[in-house]
Write a protein that binds this ligand. Structure first.
Ligand code: FES
Length: 59
């Protein structure tokens, strides 16, 4: 996945921004939502956000 690619098209949130949120302590989809707004419009990106969380967060 391109790091500048929009993960959430509705809110214009890039992979990089999600990665930053995770580096700032976000551990769940709700944390990402709060920090970036990703998923708050159509919800179509929630699965992609979850995949990034699975990849980057040690749970
Ligand atoms: S693509 Fe993220 S809310 Fe629509």
């Amino acid at each position: 996945m391109d790091k500048h690619e929009h993960v959430c098209v509705c809110k214009g949130v890039s992979y990089n921004e999600i990665e930053d949120a995770i580096n700032n302590g976000a551990q769940t989809y709700e944390d990402i939502l709060e920090e970036t707004g990703a998923g708050s419009v159509c919800g179509g990106c929630i699965e992609r956000v979850d995949e990034i969380l699975d990849r980057l967060v040690i749970r």
